[in-house]
Design a binder for this molecule. Structure first.
Ligand code: NAP
Length: 305
């Protein structure tokens, strides 16, 4: 079989690949293409059957895509320099942890000399414990729980994601750790009510991540219809496709209530918006891929969205 590789945008001819058959996978094609263009390692390449169509998956065979016969055409897209998912996640999450703890010590350069020795309200200590716990949990989940299907992502995401997480961590911690921070209006009821919500959100989020892990056999990219397991917190799968996002939002709403901090509420709103966009996309894909996908299930907010 001979594959003519055209550029997906310009239609320019880029290469001819001959060393493949209809049993070869898309990954085999990528390896052959890399031999001709060493700069384009496999994870940087995307191939399409139609220039405006979907990117082909690595494990699909040419035959299964209907690409048979002597001459076929594939369209190539450069995904740009790639970086490992784990590297991105670890950088994203280690930053907020370090930044928050720096503000917690009330450095003189930020809050003025003597700020560190002024008393801290109990809620300031609780907020520090919650914030640190959240990011330590995420770091550990990245290393020990998640089974990602993509090994890499574009390097630009590293800068974008780090700016988002690090920037918000600085903003939130600057205000909560400020010597002039005022404690929540409704006192302990508000603080401990918020803390309880935060703990439920974190436990639920963790439970869903474990459930996702168990749905995907190690070393595979399998994606099944998600269903609850024996952990009651995973029952939320019956109502939404992405309960991990729902629980994440519950945790941050609770943190915002607990601290009565406006930047925390802003972070919650931005996070909710982003996760809602992703959840709607994932939900749409589930419904497209699985004809028997539960009809009553929503994306992220039970019964509503
Ligand atoms: N605060 C914020 O602004 C914010 C924003 C985004 C995320 N987050 C947090 O970060 C966490 C991870 O985010 P994410 O976007 O990577 O979550 P995600 O897409 O839901 O994925 C979590 C893990 O589960 C896997 N997975 C998803 N659906 C699956 C299925 N049906 N079967 C088997 N495995 C499946 C994913 O693999 P794939 O690699 O195949 O997707 C990934 O390894 C979230 O749960 C949330 O707590 C926070």
């Amino acid at each position: 079989m001979e594959i003519t590789v055209l550029h997906a945008k310009s239609n320019k001819s880029l290469a001819t690949i001959t060393n493949v058959t209809s049993n070869s996978t898309v990954l085999d094609v990528k390896k052959e293409y890399q031999k001709k263009n060493p700069k384009y390692y496999a994870t940087r390449q995307a191939f399409k059957v139609d220039p405006k169509g979907k990117m082909l998956k690595d494990d699909e065979t040419l035959g299964s895509l209907g690409l048979k016969g002597k001459n076929v055409t594939l369209y190539f897209k450069d995904l740009g320099s790639q970086i490992g998912w784990t590297t991105v996640f670890l950088s994203e999450y280690a930053g907020p942890l370090v930044i928050y703890l720096i503000f917690y010590t009330r450095p003189a350069i930020i809050y003025g000399a003597g700020a560190a020795s002024e008393p801290r309200a109990q809620v300031v200590n609780i907020a520090c414990a919650c914030f640190s716990f959240h990011y330590i949990k995420r770091l550990l989940e990245t290393v020990f729980i998640h089974r990602f299907s993509n090994a890499t992502m574009p390097i630009m995401n590293l800068f974008k994601n780090c700016s988002y997480y690090w920037g918000f961590a600085a903003l939130i911690s600057y205000f909560i750790n400020h010597p002039l921070y005022t404690v929540p209006s409704f006192g302990d009821r508000q603080i401990f009510g918020g803390l309880a919500g935060f703990i439920i959100g974190e436990l639920g989020n963790f439970s869903v991540h474990v459930a996702f892990r168990n749905m995907r056999p190690a070393g595979t990219k399998a994606r099944k219809i998600p269903v609850p397991d024996s952990n009651p917190l995973t029952q939320l799968f019956n109502l939404v496709s992405c309960p991990n996002y729902t629980y994440e939002v519950i945790a941050w709403i609770s943190f915002s209530v607990m601290t009565q901090c406006l930047p925390a509420a802003l972070f919650t709103t931005c996070g909710f918006y982003q996760m809602a966009v992703w959840a709607l996309g994932k939900h749409r894909n589930y419904r497209k891929e699985f004809k028997d996908y539960p009809r009553s299930r929503k994306s992220i907010v039970p019964f509503l969205l």
